[in-house]
Design a protein around this ligand. Structure first.
Ligand SMILES: [Zn+2]
Length: 410
């Protein structure tokens, strides 16, 4: 989320504002301001607020109250997210940040608990905090003398809004809090991935219902939330399924081993490289320098997009060394396949070099001279399409035993 900026931190957790939040804050201030009269009548009816409607509807007062109540609501949202975050931290899960955006707040965890009890407690902590904030607002409301109509309006409204926020979040639409609670409960009796699939399916149904309801009501916020829930449920379910499918699959199992790799020399021309890409139908090559004593040294990685940047007329003049990437992203052959996917996603690249860490268990499919290289030995290459193909095979055939080392391409 590059469009966000930090406004401070609480309990060591950075609090950030997304640019979309700057849109939604005035919108909420406006929506509350417009409805000051109706809300006052409701508060007077339900909470016996005794607010003089003339007090809160005069001049600019509704807009000021709208703004204060909107800010108060978002403070409530931050407290809600802190509820999730501090609970997660107690279980040892690090929290990266809390971000306020278009649809409220997001607490960014770098990993999620797979123990159902922990997930249950973390998920329910947010709504519990919101109920407590609502009760606290009601307490302050009750203590505020009737003469302060504006303050009673804001506090009474926040009491109702925070409880409503808790109730809304408990809708079992995964990945909303209620959906996470549902997954935790489902995961008691079945595998985590299966529980996630089921919770996500229910979440998508709720999202569709919410979206339709939003359409009938012409409620743009509800339509937006429905859309967001649908996308998030799909992507989290896919990620969890992938993780489960790849549980015992390592990078070594699905990489292209060094022995099968086509490599290119740094002094080859870009024109030559493109011809090879065309005839071999590969779009990425490790660049390897052949040294004096038969030693080979990995110096870079070159892809079709690197070569494409050179104009056709200049492709004979430029060499691979001119266009290759030397800032190489690598992955350990023994790390699991999911780590490779996450690293590619993190760096927004399509392939990783598989490098045996120095002093490893001896290089498999040896490449280069381990003694001459301090930064490890190239044992293979793994691409996004390798991972996706492997995932499709595991998904469609059930489990593949990686120890049997099934290999394609022969
Ligand atoms: Zn929540």
């Amino acid at each position: 989320m590059a469009r966000s900026f930090r406004i401070g931190s609480l309990f060591g957790i950075p609090i950030k504002l997304d640019l979309t939040f700057l849109l939604v804050l005035p919108l909420f201030a406006y929506l509350i301001g417009v409805q000051t009269l109706e809300v006052t009548e409701i508060l007077n009816g339900v909470l016996e607020a005794g607010i003089d409607t003339a007090d809160v509807t005069a001049g600019l007062t509704p807009w000021i109250l709208g703004f204060v109540a909107a800010v108060g609501l978002f403070v409530g949202v931050v407290l809600h997210e802190l509820g999730h975050s501090l609970t997660a931290r107690r279980y040892g899960f690090p929290i990266e940040s809390i971000t306020l955006w278009l649809f409220g707040g997001i607490a960014a965890f770098s990993e999620m608990p797979e123990d159902w009890r922990q997930e249950f407690v973390i998920a329910i902590a947010g709504p519990i905090v919101s109920v407590l904030v609502g009760v606290g607002s009601y307490g302050l409301f009750a203590l505020t003398p009737e003469a302060f109509g504006g303050a009673r309006f804001v506090l009474g409204y926040l009491a109702v809004l925070n409880v409503a926020l808790a109730a809304f979040n408990m809708i079992p639409a995964f990945p909303m809090d209620g959906g996470r609670v549902l997954r935790a409960l489902l995961a008691r009796g079945r595998p985590y991935a299966q529980a996630t699939q089921q919770a996500a399916s229910i979440g998508k149904l709720f999202a569709i219902a919410m979206g339709l309801f939003g359409l009938f009501q012409i409620n743009i916020i509800l339509i937006g939330v429905a859309f967001f829930v649908y996308i998030a449920a799909s992507s989290e379910a896919q990620q969890v399924t992938m993780k489960a499918a790849f549980r015992d699959v390592t990078v070594r199992d699905i990489m292209t081993p060094a022995g099968d790799l086509h490599t290119v020399e740094p002094n080859a021309s870009v024109a030559e490289l493109l011809r090879r890409m065309f005839t071999e139908r590969h779009t990425g090559y490790p660049v390897v320098e052949t040294g004096g004593a038969g030693g080979e040294r990995l110096v870079g990685l070159v892809t079709l997009s690197d070569a494409r940047d050179i104009k056709p007329v200049e492709r004979d003049a430029y060499t691979v060394a001119d266009v290759m990437t030397t800032d190489l992203k690598t992955v350990d052959p023994d790390s699991d396949a999911m780590t490779a996917i996450e690293r590619m996603r993190e760096h927004d690249i399509g392939r990783l070099l598989v490098v045996e860490p120095p002093n490893g268990r001896g290089a498999e499919g040896s490449f280069g001279d381990p003694a001459s290289r301090t930064d490890g030995d190239l044992v293979g290459l793994i691409s996004r399409s390798d991972v996706m193909t492997a995932f499709d095979i595991v998904q469609q055939s059930g489990a593949v035993d990686p120890s049997g080392r099934p290999r394609t391409g022969d």
